[in-house]
Design a protein around this ligand. Structure first.
Ligand SMILES: NC(=O)c1ccc[n+]([C@@H]2O[C@H](COP(=O)([O-])OP(=O)(O)OC[C@H]3O[C@@H](n4cnc5c(N)ncnc54)[C@H](O)[C@@H]3O)[C@@H](O)[C@H]2O)c1
Length: 333
């Protein structure tokens, strides 16, 4: 039987894919987004959409009434920027969580699915597995670690069931390519569409496992229902590892570009090697990697070229300018 579901961040990249998938599965879905980073063009006409800020506890109480499952995706997810804008980023990422947790308990929500991040692992040796300690290296990761811990506390104190998802480096159509602070593949594609060189921080030998949106969405949708996922922490993402240089070469080749990467100094606190285990998500959420990185990038390029280049949008100010990357201070992304 269909459930009443609330998806936060429903106008964003991952939230909008999730809303579509849950509607396709026959659920009654409402979504909320303040459109600070999302777009109305992503919002399904088949969901009840509210434009609003989740820092408003009255709004959150109204939205959670009658809801069976919450998927909380809304966030300001610029991990690198969080080192330089910790006040506003923590405010956005923590207050909504507390509002939603209290409303979930008071309204008898059955399950609370939270998209945390691989950022909670910090600089431990990869692959990151779920039983490793939370040792974040930046304010974004610290905020996600706080939210995870609050879910565990609310489980113990108030019997609220949760699933903590730790996605990593998700990319694909609908990603905000105008954000200069995050989503490296989107930033490269956007720059290349206006014939500007792709920027690489450091030597480009950082290792990541970029994860295509479609399969990440399926696994996150399953998290609301899979019996074995109850009160579990689960990594979600691709097992295919690449260096930033390799990923950049693929983008350049697929866009038939003559440009070469422009290397700029490394970002402070950036974790060099970051990828996760996939066994638990395969077992509990049926995760299966269906797109190679090349296939996924090709889909994203086709979508981005349909929109054309986007003007970079520097939404949140840098609160600490000293030692911030020059390309951010100068707004030259
Ligand atoms: N994309 C990734 O690679 C990735 C990796 C790990 C974790 N995550 C997490 O997954 C979630 C979704 O990420 P995404 O890539 O889709 O980001 P996104 O920026 O596209 O979506 C987040 C949405 O939240 C909305 N939002 C922000 N603050 C809000 C507020 N106070 N009230 C209401 N809405 C608000 C934004 O407008 C945006 O549409 C986030 O929690 C992020 O931390 C993403």
């Amino acid at each position: 039987m269909g459930k009443n579901i609330l998806v936060t961040g429903g106008a964003g990249f991952m939230g909008s894919w999730l809303v579509d998938e849950l509607i396709r599965r026959g659920h009654s879905v409402s979504s909320v987004d303040d459109l600070s980073g999302g777009y109305m063009r992503n919002v399904s006409k088949e969901c009840r959409f509210t434009k609003g800020d989740l820092r408003d506890s009255d709004l959150v109480n109204r939205l959670v009434k009658g809801v069976d499952i919450i998927y909380h995706l809304a966030a300001y997810a610029a991990e690198g920027q969080s080192v330089f804008s910790p006040i506003s980023i923590n405010d956005i990422n923590i207050k909504p969580m507390n509002n939603l947790l209290v409303a979930a308990v008071n309204n008898g929500v059955e399950r609370f699915v939270f998209t945390s991040s691989m950022a909670v692992y910090g600089n431990q040796p990869a692959p990151f597995s779920e039983e490793m300690a939370r040792l974040p290296e930046d304010p974004y990761g610290a905020g996600k670690a706080y939210c995870e811990n609050m879910l565990e506390i609310f489980r113990a104190a108030h019997d609220l069931d949760y699933v903590i998802i730790r996605p990593h480096n998700v990319y694909g159509p609908r990603q905000n390519i105008a954000d200069p602070f995050r989503n490296v593949i989107g930033i490269w594609i956007n720059r290349l569409m206006s014939n500007r060189a792709p920027i690489v921080y450091g030597n480009g030998e950082q290792v990541r496992a970029f994860s295509y949106i479609e399969e990440s969405t399926d696994a996150i949708a399953n998290a609301g229902f899979a019996p074995g996922a109850r009160n579990e922490i689960i990594n979600v993402g691709s097992p295919e590892r690449v260096t930033i240089n390799e990923a950049c070469s693929k983008v350049l080749r697929l866009m038939a570009s003559e440009q070469r990467p422009e290397y700029v100094p490394p970002r402070p606190q950036e974790v060099k090697v970051a990828y996760s285990t996939t066994e638990k998500s395969e077992r509990l959420l049926g995760y299966s990697n269906r797109h190679t990185l090349e296939e996924g990038i090709a889909c994203m390029i086709e979508w981005a070229q349909g929109m054309g280049p986007q003007e970079p949008s520097y939404r949140l100010p840098l609160e600490i300018v000293k030692s911030a990357p020059r390309v951010w201070v100068d707004k030259s992304m």
